[in-house]
Every structure is written in structure tokens, then in C-alpha cells.
Ligand binder design. Structure first.
Ligand code: HEM
Ligand SMILES: [Cu+2]
Length: 655
């Protein structure tokens, strides 16, 4: 058993050391200026929106020029959006800028780093520093804090539940108290370790949760150390009136209830700082809470059975053996229900967190989860063996105490390893964590893991990124990575973009091949030296416009459907704006050869502009309006198609 525990610990430790750029926790969702944006006017601030609430204190946004000089004022503050941060800039001149950000999640304190670039003026976009969004490998102090917390919660809650509902007539209250004291000490130590691990950047919300957890640990220890504490008397009196006359059970009941409540409170703090909470899903939070409760009833219960019943009793007589058998049987029924619940809740959570089944051996998170599942299966096998083999013998009065002790000891050792695996699991970022992209799909082709990310979900100019991995390792140095775009609904021909390697294993291309609202096929082709091309197709829905009014809009004009969008997507005042229109006929095919004119109503006056059609470079049915510059405000652009009709597009121009 010890050897098994060592192997498991090494396996998990090895994963941590690999420290592969696991996906981030508080991930970049969007920013202003956007990643790779070309601006005509220098911005006065940078705003970034993340996938979970960031804590401004532990977060940082640096805006650097190509010489590495900082131009931000270092005044990172909430941006108004619950998940957003902003920093203001000194006046900057034309040139390329890199935004390097560090975000600390307000929920679990996990830190993520990333960077993107933008350019003011006509210069080249700077190459961002390598390895975007690399989450640092978890710190040993964090793992220890999590493992101690989880072990303490399971032991405290599980013991209290066991002595209250499974085997109330425990032989020796001192044994029960010892377990609760250890549980309380673990919880306090674990909470303090997690607070120490965060140090000065401890987000206030996380600090509060850990303080509540530590307090629950103190309550557990206090209740057990001193059952006749003055504090207990009023509670006891409330619970049963003449406590002392009701015998030992009534004496212990109130403090067991308090211990159970403290255990549940500590379990609640686990859920409230978990990924389920960070992701903001109530369903996920409920599953997590059920998972922690049932996990505790089972694992803590096994330890309580071992320590308070098996090790404390004797089975010299047939009656002893029968009594033991009855307790084991009662616990087995409880354990069966608890394992059913914990596996269901764990599996449902796992489905939510994993992208592919391959994640189980290709991501640190998945490996921690797989380790846990294997260990649970072993523990279950031992439990089933206990129940089936020794249960009937005990009830028949045959002595089996020694065998039961051996088996529950083995289970306890496995639980220790499971708790360590759970600590790693929750410290790593789940593969299904929302990423920076509007579209993020992973496929497995010829032994390669291909993750396609598209920055924006709307039509128009976009960034397409392919991450290529083999197992945990990025695949660098591909000879060619290309994307071929075709549309499902209409024949728009085929367009190709060739990607360049930005960081090892990450290939990126820019362009506007998916300019039309509808379903696009992106064929990703990866050519590696000395190998056959690897190719797969991703289906990328270019969605209806959402949110801001200046994204693409679908307008009906007479028999036509027109998709209108601008480049840049968020126009700035005084800067040139290209407005694109894709014209589709009633039969769904692009319409060419139309006269189009845009007229403007807005804060100031603006002369009408005629569209130019350029099928050769823009594709069939695509028209473009070159606008020299508009004053800030909301503009109503009326677009006329010949004499057949007009439609309105609303355009927001920022200052
Ligand atoms: C004795 C068995 C188990 C123990 C002691 C255990 C323990 C834990 C603990 C302590 C957490 C952290 C909860 C929190 O911080 O709120 C957790 C989370 C989780 N467990 Fe288990 N677990 C067990 C079995 C399983 C099984 C069988 C599965 C899968 C089938 C599973 C899947 C998960 C998942 C997906 C999470 C969420 C991790 C995250 O936050 O991203 N667990 N488990
Ligand atoms: Cu996290």
C-alpha cells in the first residue's frame, strides 16, 4: 500500500513539474484596443475583459513600446464591467505596443498571464512575447493547503455524520473527539497555508472565505476538545432540556450537531472558491457542493469506522462480532448512497470541464482527474470486498475484525492519495475553461491535438489561431499551417490563409475570409517535416450580431439580405473607416453589379458615399465604402441598393 501511495504521489508530482502551459484561469475575453488592432489615434486607456472576476490588487496591465519602455500609469482599476480591468496611458505616439497583463482571479486567487499587441499608425504590429497565457505550475504550499483543507473537511464532516447517524453509540467519546480535533487542526492549517500562499495579493473575497473556513476548523476543534465547555451547556439545554438525565447520547448530540454544522460550513467555503463558482454556474456549484458532502460522508466515515469502532472494539464473543457486523452493515449502506452521489456529481462536473476524452491523459488537469478516478475504483473495490465477504461472516458471528481493520486502513491510505490528487485537480485550470476566443474547438487527428480558436464570432476581419499539441507537448516548427475557408450555405469559392508560428505550437493568421453571416468550414492543414499532411475541418458559425451596435448587422433591403460590418470593428473619430456590405439575393447567392450609396445622419454632416465593388479581392457580392473619418457619436447610415430599397445601419464612433 505504501508503495502504491509513493507511485501515485510521484505520478502526480511529475505532472506538476512538467508545468506545461496549462490554460489560464481568469482568461482574456476581449479588450479595447482589441488584440492586433490598428489605431489611427493613440488610445488614452486600455481595457481588458476576462472570463471571471479579476481582483485589481493582484492584477497588473503593462503597456510597453517595442523598446520595452512602459507607457501605462500603473493605475489598474475595475473598468465598470464586473470582469473587466483598465489602466490609463501616458500620451503615446505612433508605433507598436505590447500589452502584458497579469490577472488574479477574485474567486480562487489563481494568477494568469498573457499579452497582446496593437499598433498606432502605419507601422508593423509587434510580435507579442512568447508563451501567452501560461499559468504558472501550482505552488507546493497551495497544494498542501488544499490537501489539508480537503482532508480536514472530509474527516470533520464524515466523523460527525458517522457518529450522529450511523453508529451513535460509539464506545469511547475520546476517540471521536480526537478525530474531530485532528480535522479542525487540518482545516485551520490548510486555510492558513492557502492564505500564506496568496501573500499580499490575497483577494478580499478569497480571504473572507478562508477565514470562515479557519473559524469552522476552530469550532470543530473546540467542540471536541472540551465537550463540557461552558459554551456547550446552553446549547445542550436547548436541545434536550434535562440533558444530563438522558444519558450519554443526549450529552453528545448537540456538540455533534455543531461539529456537523462546522463541517458543512467548511465544505461550503470549498464550493464558494471552486472553479464551479469562478465559472458562475449555479448548477455546477450545486454539483460541487453535493460532491464535497458525499465525498466527506464516505471517506471521513471510513476513517471514523476504523478509528471509533473497529480499533476500539473487540470481537472475542459472538455478540461482539454481531454488533460489529451491524455497524459495518449500516455504514456500508450509507457509503453506497454516498459513493453513488459523489460519482454522479463528479462525473457530471468532469464532463463539463473536459473538452475531449483525451484530456484525461493530455492535460495536467485530466491526469489528476484520471488518477483520482483510478484510485476511487480501487477504494470501491476494497469497500465492496469488505461488504460482500466480511459482512455476512460478521453477522453470522464469525470474527473478522482484523481483516476489516486491514482493509479500512488500505482504504484510508488510498483516500490520502485521492485528496492529494483532488488538490492538484483544483489547482490546475480545467481544459474547458473559457478561452480568449469566441470560437474554440479541439479535435484529434493522426495523433495530433488541434485546437482552433477564432477571436471574434462575427463576420469581418478576424484572427484565426491553431494550437498544435502532441500529448502535453506543443508541436513547433511546422513547415506550413494553412486554413481554407468555404461557406456551407452559398458557394463563395475557397479562400486560403497561411498561418505563421507566433509561439511554439501556436499558428496564427489574420484576414477577413469569413465575411458573411452563416456557417463556414475551416479546413486546417498542418505540414510537419517528414510527415504526411494532417488535415481536419472545423465548422465555424458566424453568428448573428450581438451586443454592441457596431458589430456586424443583418439588414433586409427589398429582396436582398445585406450583412454590414466595419474595419476597424470599433471605429474611432477622425480615423478612416472601411464599411463592408455583403449582398445576398433571395436564392441565397451573392448579388453582384449593384449601385450602392450610403447616406449619413449623425452628430455632424457627412456627404453620401458610393460603394465600390471588387469581386477580385473582396469576393463576389461584396461592396466597400471608404469613409475618410467621422465625428464621435452614433451615426445612422442609410444604404440604398439601386432604386430597389434602402436599409439602415447604426454605427458608433468612439472619441
Ligand atoms: C473519494 C473520492 C473523491 C474525493 C475524496 C474527491 C474530492 C474532491 C474535492 C475535495 C474536490 C474539490 C471541491 C471544491 O474545492 O469545491 C473535488 C472536485 C472535483 N472532483 Fe472529486 N473526489 C472524489 C471522487 C471523484 C470522482 C470519482 C470524480 C469523477 C468521476 C471526481 C471529479 C471531480 C471534479 C470534476 C471536480 C471539480 C474540480 C474543479 O474544481 O475543477 N471526483 N473532488
Ligand atoms: Cu483556478
Amino acid at each position: 500500500m505504501r508503495r502504491l501511495a509513493v507511485i501515485v504521489a510521484c505520478a502526480i508530482g511529475g505532472v506538476a513539474l512538467l508545468g506545461t502551459a496549462a490554460d489560464a484561469h481568469a482568461n482574456y475575453v476581449r479588450s479595447n484596443p482589441a488584440s492586433d488592432a490598428r489605431l489611427v489615434k493613440p488610445p488614452t486607456e486600455v481595457r481588458i475583459e476576462f472570463s471571471e472576476p479579476p481582483d485589481p490588487k493582484g492584477s497588473d496591465i503593462q503597456v510597453l513600446d517595442t523598446a520595452g519602455k512602459r507607457h501605462d500609469k500603473g493605475d489598474v482599476a475595475p473598468s465598470g464591467d464586473p470582469n473587466g480591468l483598465k489602466v490609463s496611458l501616458e500620451p503615446i505616439t505612433d508605433g507598436g505596443y505590447t500589452v502584458a497583463w497579469t490577472a488574479t482571479s477574485a474567486v480562487d486567487g489563481h494568477t494568469t498571464k498573457g499579452s497582446f499587441a496593437f499598433v498606432v499608425g502605419n507601422g508593423p504590429i509587434p510580435t507579442p512575447p512568447p508563451v501567452p497565457e501560461a499559468a504558472p505550475p501550482p505552488n507546493p504550499l497551495e497544494i498542501a493547503g488544499r490537501a489539508l483543507s480537503y482532508a480536514g473537511i472530509a474527516l470533520g464532516l464524515g466523523t460527525a455524520f458517522f457518529v450522529l447517524f450511523v453508529a451513535p453509540a460509539g464506545p469511547d467519546p475520546r476517540r471521536e473527539s480526537a478525530l474531530l480535533t485532528v480535522a479542525g487542526a487540518f482545516i485551520v492549517a490548510g486555510s492558513l497555508a492557502l492564505i500564506a500562499d496568496q501573500g499580499a495579493k490575497l483577494p478580499p473575497r478569497l480571504g473572507l472565505m478562508l477565514a470562515v473556513r479557519a473559524f469552522a476548523g476552530l469550532v470543530l476543534a473546540a467542540v471536541s476538545i472540551s465537550p463540557r465547555l461552558a459554551l456547550m451547556r446552553p446549547v445542550g439545554a436547548l436541545a434536550g432540556g434535562g440533558v444530563m438525565t438522558l444519558g450519554p447520547l443526549a450529552t453528545f448530540r448537540p456538540r455533534r450537531m455543531i461539529a456537523l454544522a462546522a463541517g458543512i460550513a467548511a465544505a461550503m467555503t470549498a464550493t464558494l472558491v471552486s472553479h464551479a463558482t469562478a465559472l458562475g454556474s449555479l448548477k455546477s456549484m450545486a454539483l460541487d457542493f453535493v460532491h464535497v458532502l458525499s465525498v466527506s460522508v464516505w471517506t471521513g466515515g471510513v476513517v471514523a469506522l476504523l478509528w471509533c469502532v473497529l480499533l476500539a472494539s473487540h470481537d472475542e464473543t459472538v455478540e461482539d462480532a454481531r454488533a460489529l457486523g451491524a455497524a459495518v452493515w449500516r455504514f456500508s449502506v450509507t457509503a453506497l448512497i454516498a459513493t453513488g452521489l459523489l460519482i454522479t456529481a463528479g462525473a457530471l462536473q468532469a464532463f463539463d470541464r473536459l473538452v475531449l476524452i483525451n484530456d484525461l491523459y493530455e492535460t495536467p488537469y485530466g491526469i489528476a482527474l484520471a488518477t483520482k478516478i483510478v484510485l476511487v475504483l480501487v477504494a470501491l473495490a476494497i469497500g465492496a470486498f469488505n461488504l460482500l465477504r466480511w459482512g455476512p461472516r460478521l453477522r453470522a458471528g464469525i470474527r473478522a475484525r482484523a481483516a476489516l481493520i486491514r482493509d479500512t486502513l488500505a482504504e484510508t491510505a488510498i483516500f490520502v492519495a485521492i485528496v492529494v490528487a483532488a488538490a492538484f485537480l483544483t489547482a490546475f485550470a480545467p481544459p474547458a475553461q473559457p478561452s480568449a476566443a469566441a470560437y474554440d474547438q479541439t479535435q484529434h487527428v493522426s495523433g495530433l491535438r488541434l485546437e482552433m480558436l477564432v477571436a471574434s464570432g462575427g463576420p469581418g476581419r478576424n484572427t484565426y489561431v491553431l494550437r498544435v499539441h502532441q500529448g502535453l507537448a506543443p508541436v513547433a516548427g511546422a513547415e506550413k499551417v494553412a486554413f481554407r475557408f468555404t461557406m456551407v450555405e452559398h458557394d463563395m469559392g475557397e479562400q486560403e490563409l497561411v498561418a505563421t508560428e507566433r509561439v511554439p505550437g501556436e499558428y496564427i493568421a489574420n484576414g477577413s475570409p469569413t465575411a458573411m453571416y452563416g456557417t463556414w468550414k475551416i479546413q486546417a492543414i498542418v505540414r510537419l517535416p517528414g510527415r504526411e499532411d494532417v488535415s481536419t475541418v472545423f465548422t465555424f458559425p458566424v453568428g448573428a450580431p450581438s451586443g454592441g451596435s457596431t458589430t456586424s448587422q443583418v439588414i433586409t433591403i427589398g429582396p436582398y439580405t445585406m450583412i454590414v460590418f466595419t474595419d476597424p470593428a470599433t471605429p474611432q473619430s477622425g480615423a478612416p473607416i472601411t464599411m463592408f456590405a455583403v449582398l445576398i439575393g433571395a436564392d441565397g447567392s451573392p448579388v453582384t453589379g449593384k449601385q450602392m450609396r450610403a447616406t449619413f445622419t449623425g452628430p455632424t454632416s457627412q456627404a453620401p458615399i458610393d460603394a465600390t465593388e471588387d469581386a477580385a479581392t473582396l469576393g463576389p457580392g461584396r461592396y466597400k465604402f471608404a469613409i475618410a473619418g467621422l465625428d464621435p457619436g452614433t451615426w445612422k447610415v442609410t444604404i440604398g441598393v439601386g432604386n430597389e430599397g434602402t436599409g439602415a445601419y447604426s454605427l458608433d464612433v468612439s472619441r
